[in-house]
Every structure is written in structure tokens, then in C-alpha cells.
Ligand binder design. Structure first.
Ligand code: EPZ
Length: 416
């Protein structure tokens, strides 16, 4: 198991180019099954989650190859509607394959994805929605057996704007008879990206990003090339690392509008933040200020995927910041590790209270999940002395060789 060895204290400065968004590429790769044609997906980051999704597609019969940072999927030879259990357990986002496989094969068998470190993460909203499309779902020996003699369009009100459930319904509805309307859908940029990918294949989908998504089903689909959006969470993570080390950075290939809420809080903490069409410039103050209470919310609210990274930043701010995690019920595993480094964080229910301290000190800490691991790296970069972050396979799921990216900005960090 790899670890990071970080020597804190360097100021991060320079330029950073964002890669394609993990949470856009994953559902789009799942969706390539639907057309039965070839899709070329550009600007894909080399992440373990993406490699796992590629393996699942290959196990289901797709021909998949990497061409630099592009992934070429020919889904014409799909010959299975069973999602491999061993791979399913590795990534939660294999749940997206339900909708895509139902659209392509009319049936799918998968193992219950199960929870993970950040929470139970049930799929009840997915299943309720798919049943409304005419899918029959049976649970047997830990497997979900789903089949639909014919998918038919329906009005589908989601009880919560679940990102995965919205994506699953969009993909299944592409091959349902008639029109499907999704009410209370997730509005994340990655949802709009999935719509745009499917439209590039010939689907008729409108409304992603709004309160209602409409899908007209059973249109013929063709081959396509598509470039997913840049990764707003990678962007927020890098900005937080630079701010924590009192540095400055020009973030290129960004979509600032996707990062609005994070940029607002970085500005409130005293950073200079300038944005234009495709870039964000951030310059940190000598002393960061605590910010007004943060609550993680569905987009466009403050993203839960930035909660731990921003918490690491606030450890060194003057004053007290309250962060409430409203999306997942167990996403504070990084708190104890940050406190080992000298932070002063207490947790009351779903709210963390971060009292700023003057300094953090290097420590041996362990990542428990993807974004919590990134938070420990940020703290290590800002701390005095040496930090070892263990279990960085969690971090590799969502960041492509984070150590090389941060070294490019002047960090002292090695993978050991
Ligand atoms: C997606 O997960 C992202 N993953 C997550 O990013 C992100 O944190 C999350 O959306 C919220 O933005 C990918 O896109 C691959 P949800 P997803 O369904 O779809 C509950 C990262 O770090 N819920 O919107 O699983 C669920 O338990 C990852 O990149 C139900 O109760 O998120 C959670 O509390 C982590 N029943 C909340 O809703 C359901 O059927 C949000 O889940 C579905 C969800």
C-alpha cells in the first residue's frame, strides 16, 4: 500500500491544467453501452475508478482501448447483462450501469453496490424510479435481477436529487417508449454533461441542470466523439492546497461557473479570486479568515466532495468555521487525523466546528476515503515538518498522480 511523504512549508505557485471530470467520465463510459456504436471520450484522467469501469465494459463484451487520454469504446459486441460482482464491489459508480444495460439489453443483473466509508449509500431512489419505467426488480442472494419486457416513458419524481439516480433514469429512458420526465433531478454539471454526450449520439434530451429533464426515447443512436467537462472538484482541491500554503495559482481549463460556491468561500477567507471564461486565478492572503457557516448541499450548493478539503484549509484560518455535512452521514473520518496534526476540530452531530490554530505539525496519518485523503495532503503541505499519508489508493481513485501535479507547483511530496 503506497503512502505519501510530504515535507510541509513550501508555498505552492504556478499554473495547473485541470483534467476531465471523474464524475462526468464515469457515467458517460457507462452510457457508451446504449448506442451499440463507437464512442471516443476525450480528456479522460488515468484514475483507478476509470480503469475499473473500463474493465467492467470489457467484461460485458465491449472493445475498449486507450488512445493517449482518450478512451475508445465500441459497444457493438456487448454480450452480457451481468455486471461482474468483483468489479462492482470496487466502484460505487458501477450502479450507473443499471440504466445503460437496461436500455441496451432490457435486463441487468448486478450485486447490491453496498455502502462505503462515507455512508450507507442505498439505491432505493434508483430502484423506485426504474420501476416507474416498467422495470421488474427482484432481490435474490445479494443480487438484483432487473428486467423490462418494454421500458415505457413515465413521469418520475425523485424524492431526493440523487446524482446517480438521475443519471440511471436518463440512460434507461433513452430506450423507453415515449417521453420520460424526471422531476426534482440532480442539477450537477456532470448531469448536463451526460445529457450532452447522449445528445451527441442522437438522443433527444432537454432540461438537464433545471427542475425537469425530458427524454424522448427509442431514437436511433450513432457513433460520437465527446470531450467531458473539466473536474471542478480537482480544481477546488488544488485551490485549497495553494491557499493553505499562502501561494498563488492560475487554474487553466476550468469552468469557473461550476465552482461558484467554492470560489465564494475562498474569497470570503481572504483570497484574491479572479475568473474568466476558462481559468481561475487565486492568490492567498498571509492570514486566512474563517468563513460563515457552510452546509453541503446538492448543486449549486457547496459540494460535499469539497467538504474535507475546505475543512483542512479552515484549520489554519483565524476564527471559527462551522461545516455541516448534509449529504452523507459519515463523511468526517478525516477529523481525527487532522486533530492529530494539531488542528482543533470538534464534531456535534453532522456539524464540524473548526477553531483555527496558528500551525499544524507533521504526523503519520491515514486516508479513509478519497476526499478525506486529499484533505490530509493539504494539511501536510501546510504543516511544519514531515507528514506521512497512508492508504493513498483512496486518493488514486480520484486524482491522477496527485504528487506530480503538486510537485509542479513546488510541493515537496513523494510517493513511497
Ligand atoms: C455522486 O455519488 C458522486 N459520485 C459522489 O462523488 C458525490 O459525492 C455525490 O454524487 C453527491 O454529489 C459519482 O458521481 C461517481 P447521490 P452518488 O446519489 O450518485 C443518498 C467523489 O468523491 N441516496 O447524489 O452516489 C446517498 O446515500 C464521490 O467523487 C439514497 O438515500 O450520490 C447520499 O446520502 C463521493 N438513496 C445522498 O443521497 C439513493 O437511492 C446523495 O447521494 C441514492 C442516494
Amino acid at each position: 500500500m503506497d503512502s505519501y511523504h510530504i515535507t510541509g512549508g513550501n508555498t505552492l505557485e504556478g499554473e495547473y491544467r485541470l483534467k476531465g471530470a471523474k464524475n462526468a467520465v464515469l457515467p458517460i463510459l457507462a452510457a457508451t453501452i446504449i448506442s451499440g456504436r463507437t464512442s471516443r471520450i476525450k480528456n479522460c484522467p488515468q484514475l483507478s475508478d476509470i480503469r475499473t469501469m473500463v474493465s467492467i465494459l470489457q467484461e460485458m463484451g465491449c472493445k475498449v482501448s486507450w488512445d493517449g487520454s482518450e478512451i475508445v469504446v465500441d459497444s457493438s459486441p456487448v454480450n452480457s447483462f451481468c455486471i461482474p460482482q468483483n468489479l462492482m464491489k470496487k466502484i460505487r459508480s458501477s450502479v450507473f450501469l443499471m440504466g445503460a444495460t437496461l436500455a441496451r439489453c432490457g435486463q441487468v443483473i448486478l450485486s447490491d453496490p453496498g455502502g462505503c466509508a462515507i455512508g450507507k449509500r442505498p439505491i432505493d431512489i434508483h430502484l423506485t424510479a426504474l420501476r416507474l419505467l416498467g422495470v421488474d426488480i427482484k432481490k435474490k442472494d445479494g443480487l438484483l435481477e432487473c428486467s423490462a419486457t418494454r421500458l415505457k416513458g413515465a413521469v418520475i419524481p425523485l424524492s431526493f436529487p440523487s446524482v446517480g439516480a438521475t443519471e440511471n433514469v436518463m440512460m434507461a429512458a433513452v430506450m423507453a417508449e415515449g417521453e420520460t420526465r424526471i422531476l426534482n433531478p440532480a442539477k450537477e454539471p456532470e448531469i448536463i454533461d451526460l445529457q450532452n454526450y447522449l445528445v451527441s449520439c442522437g438522443a433527444h434530451i432537454t432540461g438537464a441542470g433545471s427542475d425537469e429533464i425530458r427524454i424522448v426515447g427509442k431514437l436511433p443512436l450513432h457513433e460520437t466523439e465527446y470531450k467531458p467537462i473539466p473536474d471542478r472538484i480537482e480544481g477546488g482541491t488544488v485551490l485549497s492546497a495553494v491557499a493553505a500554503t499562502r501561494g498563488k495559482v492560475l487554474l487553466r481549463e476550468a469552468v469557473p461557473d461550476h465552482m461558484d460556491s467554492v470560489l465564494r468561500y475562498l474569497t470570503e477567507s481572504g483570497c484574491i479570486v479572479q475568473r474568466d471564461e476558462r481559468s481561475v486565478y487565486l492568490e492567498a492572503p498571509d492570514v486566512l479568515q474563517s468563513v460563515s457557516p457552510i452546509e453541503t448541499k446538492p448543486y449549486p450548493g457547496f459540494p460535499t466532495d469539497m467538504q474535507s478539503q475546505f475543512m483542512a484549509l479552515m484549520c489554519l484560518a483565524r476564527g471559527t468555521t462551522r461545516i455541516t455535512e448534509s449529504i452523507f452521514e459519515n463523511r468526517f473520518k478525516h477529523v481525527a487525523e487532522l486533530n492529530k496534526m494539531g488542528a482543533n476540530i470538534t464534531v456535534e452531530g453532522r456539524t464540524a466546528i473548526i477553531k483555527g490554530v496558528d500551525r499544524l505539525h507533521g504526523q503519520r496519518v491515514a486516508a479513509a476515503d478519497l476526499r478525506g485523503g486529499a484533505a490530509l495532503v493539504i494539511a501536510g503541505l501546510a504543516a511544519e515538518g514531515e507528514t506521512i499519508v497512508e492508504n493513498i489508493h483512496h486518493i488514486d481513485r480520484g486524482y491522477e498522480r496527485l504528487e506530480d501535479c503538486l510537485k509542479g507547483l513546488g510541493a515537496q511530496i513523494e510517493r513511497i
